[in-house]
Design a protein. Structure first.
Length: 99
């Protein structure tokens, strides 16, 4: 192979890597979930937070999720998801909160 063949190989490799990078950027922007497409109002924080994760064993874990001002305790398994507890508000004690 002469120099011309090596140069064509390197240029083709750079072109393919560039296409992969462009595809990755487009997929991140417009792909599944489309997190970049959701407009947020100015000054508004995130509505969904993962507060804590507790690993029970190799296949199960407990996840405490907060949405707006409500907390949900979810048991995640290999094939199942179960809401264990869903409190009305994380700011008030359970006896004072109203559902």
């Amino acid at each position: 192979m002469d120099f011309d063949g090596y140069l064509r190989f390197v240029l083709a490799l750079i072109f393919v890597i560039g296409l992969i990078g462009l595809f990755a950027l487009l997929l991140r922007r417009y792909g599944p979930g489309m997190t970049g497409m959701v407009p947020r109002r100015k000054g508004q924080g995130r509505r969904l937070q993962i507060i804590e994760i507790a690993v029970l064993d190799a296949r199960r874990r407990l996840v405490l999720v907060k949405r707006d001002e409500r907390e949900h305790l979810i048991l995640l398994g290999a094939n199942t998801e179960v809401v264990v507890e869903s409190s009305c508000s994380s700011a008030k004690p359970e006896s004072e909160s109203e559902c």
